[in-house]
Write a protein that binds this ligand. Structure first.
Ligand code: ADP
Ligand code: MG
Length: 238
């Protein structure tokens, strides 16, 4: 079970408090989107779940276990960023298999996992290409492929579509949702785009200045915004 619990999670950078006592419960298999304006603390919160940022106070639990002091590697998560830095000198297949190679998995296992991921993401015809020979959307799919070969308990996405043009962004939303339907991996997805949040999330967490304003389904937020901030943020055009 990969439910995620944040209990009174806080973050200070020096004197500055950027996350104030966040309590969130994410169910196993759920697709939760953290949304809010630039600088509200989305990436910081995600990085604390990933173990890439220390926690100033509170607890992060994955599968009921406190992971506060656990390294990112030990948390069984995979993260996909906005800047999908692929290794330019490696083929698509080698990019996707690289983390397994680092952990000394046998070649046959690496091939099998890379092929399975390529099938899911429609990357089979591209496995021998190099990143420079791919479109932006294809590169983003390779970045997702790198994450799914590891078969993690949790996916974390930080604005994965921000670098893509508007049309591609819309089709990639569908692809990511289909991926989630298929794998049912617990997912926390960060975006500043409220339309992305409304169309993709099982539940949305609205963050503003390091405080959770509301957590609920897209319909709940739309019908019963908790305050003026949520109402205007959800209602404003992308
Ligand atoms: P978002 O992802 O929502 O745009 P961030 O989590 O990146 O927001 O940042 C939240 C706040 O924390 C911002 O005010 C930012 O300047 C500050 N911040 C983020 N990382 C650091 C850091 N390493 N050192 C100091 N301040 C930081
Ligand atoms: Mg960010």
């Amino acid at each position: 079970m990969a439910n995620i619990t944040l209990e009174n999670v806080q973050k200070r950078f020096g004197e500055e408090r950027v996350i104030h006592g966040v309590d969130i419960e994410i169910n196993d298999g759920e697709f939760v989107i953290l949304v809010g304006p630039s600088g509200c603390g989305k990436s910081t919160l995600l990085r604390m779940i990933a173990g890439l940022e220390s926690i100033s106070d509170g607890n992060v639990k994955i599968g009921g276990k406190v992971v506060n002091d656990m390294s990112p590697k030990a948390r069984d998560i995979a993260m996909v960023f906005q800047s999908y830095a692929l290794y330019p000198h490696m083929t698509v297949a080698d990019n996707m298999g690289f983390s397994l190679k680092l952990s000394k998995a046998p070649k046959s296992e690496i091939n099998q996992k890379v092929n399975a991921a390529a099938e899911i993401l429609n990357l089979e015809p591209l496995l021998k290409r190099f990143p420079r020979e791919l479109s932006g959307g294809q590169r983003q799919r390779v970045a997702m492929g790198r994450a799914i070969v590891r078969d993690p308990q949790v996916f974390l996405f930080d604005e994965p579509l921000s670098n893509l043009d508007a049309k591609l962004r819309v089709s990639m939303r569908t692809e990511i949702k289909e991926l989630h339907q298929r794998l049912k991996t617990t997912t926390v997805y960060v975006t500043h785009d409220q339309i992305e949040a409304m169309t993709m999330a099982d539940r949305i967490v609205v963050l503003h200045q390091g405080y959770v304003q509301q957590m609920g389904t897209p319909l709940e937020l739309y019908d019963h915004p908790a305050n003026l901030f949520v109402a205007s943020f959800i209602g404003s055009p992308g």
